[in-house]
Ligand binder design. Structure first.
Ligand code: FAD
Length: 501
């Protein structure tokens, strides 16, 4: 082995990020490569929210070799087929951002080009009938894909909702069983090496000293290592995404178990609804410049499905990311690296992405500056791409009923997003750029859903006659409707496969 190889990794923090990091290292480095330590403080606790994901989460589970049904049982988890957006375009309007794609791409272009052609003729008001995820969600149906030839049932991308506290505990058991050493206690001091400013050790309140070669800062918003110790700085995006606070409360749910997250726009933000097996997670994300805590709490409590199961809890946050997420021998993962509000459930994905990119550029004890710079550049791009997708939801709206929406609707937006909107408005084309997270279906779902209008459609769609187009769309819509009808309810599927004890 390289004599500069990492001999010890110290993870600071035992929230979702810390335990995802510990599990990843334990799994991919194996038991003999290096020691893996994790320090967490029960007194400080975790942020305790973060319960909706995107389909990439299934890849993370597979990488760990986790049995998906066991994971869902242990975390009281449910399945998610997309997000329903209510009142975002205008009050009384709703649309669905599904996982997977619409219809079937034809002649090398997206299905939605053909749909737009008929939509302009007034023949197809909504796109949802061409998404299995949207149609199944409407009736609270779910199943995993089966081998059904070219039926829509052969490809059903999905994600999960889960209890964040139970998830961290589940991964803790996984990581500890694979040799990760957990230290309970509060870090009081961080010691640097005088010769190069690398972190040498963290020192706990009882004077335990934990040395390492590589430090992973998963300490949450405070950024104990990356910012408080190494002074990373922060790129602030609150002028584009003005929400800066959330109030969260779980409530009782009923028999119907929706396989989707609902996001309902409010006067100064939006409310989430995340159905789990044993409760519904709710939260109101809002701009404190436009709404008080009391008002935000009253709106949240007035819009619950059932009895609140705990007191409302406030979580302040700042939108943006650390200037550098990797400095010397310290890599920030999770909330310590930055935060984009949970509108499209991207934070846990950013943890996953940070970890997979770190594994792809795993350092030795020198932490080569060229590799560090590349990592920082890639992560900054990833944050900016997701940021633009989130801004789209706020900016492309008809809402003019509050100062908050007037600000969002009329604000300047990043040029990259403005260009995407111009291209869409021309002929309804959407593109996934390079490695960006959201694909052309997602961009289409939100641009169309938010009420952006196009001046035409992709000319390639005219390669089919109108009658052929109608016939193909009818055929696909019927196949999707039949597939949705075939599926069991989400509740039945969970009972049969992964019901928590
Ligand atoms: P934390 O959970 O804050 O953990 C920090 C850890 O560091 C704790 O263990 C703490 O004890 C430890 N620590 C800190 N200081 C010290 C110290 N001095 N000594 C010892 N230990 C210390 N993400 C999604 O993907 N989907 C969602 O739906 C979603 N919803 C969200 C809603 C809101 C309102 C917010 C704020 C976030 C949401 N997120 C969501 C993000 C998600 O919650 C986080 O990405 C995830 O929980 C990771 O948090 P973390 O582990 O980085 O930090």
């Amino acid at each position: 082995m390289n004599d500069q190889a990492i001999r010890s990794i110290v993870i600071v923090g035992g929230g979702t990020a810390g335990w995802m990091a510990a599990s990843t290292f334990a799994r991919l480095l194996g038991p003999d490569y290096c020691e893996i330590h994790l320090v967490e403080s029960d007194a400080i606790g975790t942020v305790g929210v973060g319960e909706a994901t995107i389909p990439q989460m299934a890849t993370f589970n597979r990488m760990l070799g986790i049995d998906e049904n066991e994971f869902l049982r242990e975390t009281k988890g449910t399945f998610k087929l997309g997000i329903e957006f209510v009142d975002w375009t205008r009050i009384g309007h709703r649309y669905f951002h599904p996982f997977g794609s619409y219809g079937v791409n034809m002649n090398g272009i997206s299905f939605h080009a053909y749909w737009l052609r008929l939509h302009a003729l007034g023949e197809v008001p909504a796109i949802e009938p061409w998404s299995l995820q949207a149609m199944a969600s409407a009736d609270a149906k779910f199943m995993r894909a089966i081998d059904a030839g070219n039926s829509p049932l052969s490809d059903i991308p999905y994600a999960f909702h889960f209890d964040a506290g139970l998830y961290a505990r589940y991964l803790r058991r996984y990581a500890e069983a694979r040799g990760v050493v957990r230290h309970e206690g509060k870090i009081e001091r961080v010691e640097l090496r005088p010769e190069n400013g690398f972190i040498d050790a963290v020192v706990l309140d009882d004077d335990r000293r934990i040395e390492g070669d590589l430090f992973i800062d998963c300490s949450g918003f405070r950024g104990l290592l990356i910012d408080q110790t190494l002074g990373a700085g922060f790129v602030d995006w609150s002028h584009w995404l003005p929400c800066d606070r959330a109030v969260a409360v779980p409530c009782a749910g009923g028999e119907r178990l929706d396989p989707f997250t609902r996001s309902t726009a409010r006067a100064a933000g939006w409310q989430w609804r995340i159905p789990l097996q044993h409760r519904i997670g709710n939260g109101h994300v809002f701009s404190s410049a436009h709404m008080s805590d009391d008002e935000a709490t009253a709106i949240l409590l007035a819009n619950l499905d059932g009895e609140p199961l705990a007191d409302p809890r406030f979580v302040p946050f700042r939108t943006g990311h650390r200037d550098r997420v990797w400095i010397k021998n310290c890599v920030a993962i999770g909330l310590s690296s930055g935060f984009l509000e949970p509108l499209e459930s991207t934070s846990i994905w950013l943890i996953q992405s940070g970890l997979s990119r770190l594994m792809a550029m795993f350092p030795d004890r020198r932490c080569d500056p060229a590799e560090v710079a590349r990592y920082n550049r890639i992560l900054a791009t990833e944050y900016a791409e997701i940021r633009d997708f989130l801004i789209l939801h706020y900016h492309a709206t008809e809402r003019d009923d509050s100062a908050f929406w007037n600000h969002c609707r009329t604000m300047d937006i990043p040029e990259r997003l403005a260009e995407k909107m111009r291209v869409f408005q021309s002929r309804g084309r959407t593109f996934r750029e390079n490695e960006e997270l959201f694909n052309d279906t997602s961009w289409f779902a939100v641009m169309q859903g938010q009420g952006l209008r196009t001046n035409g459609h992709d000319p390639i769609a005219d390669t089919l006659t109108l009658d052929e187009t109608r016939e193909r769309l009818r055929h696909i819509r019927e196949a999707i409707a039949a597939s949705a009808a075939y599926m069991p309810t989400h509740r039945e599927f969970i009972r049969a496969n992964c019901q928590a004890g």
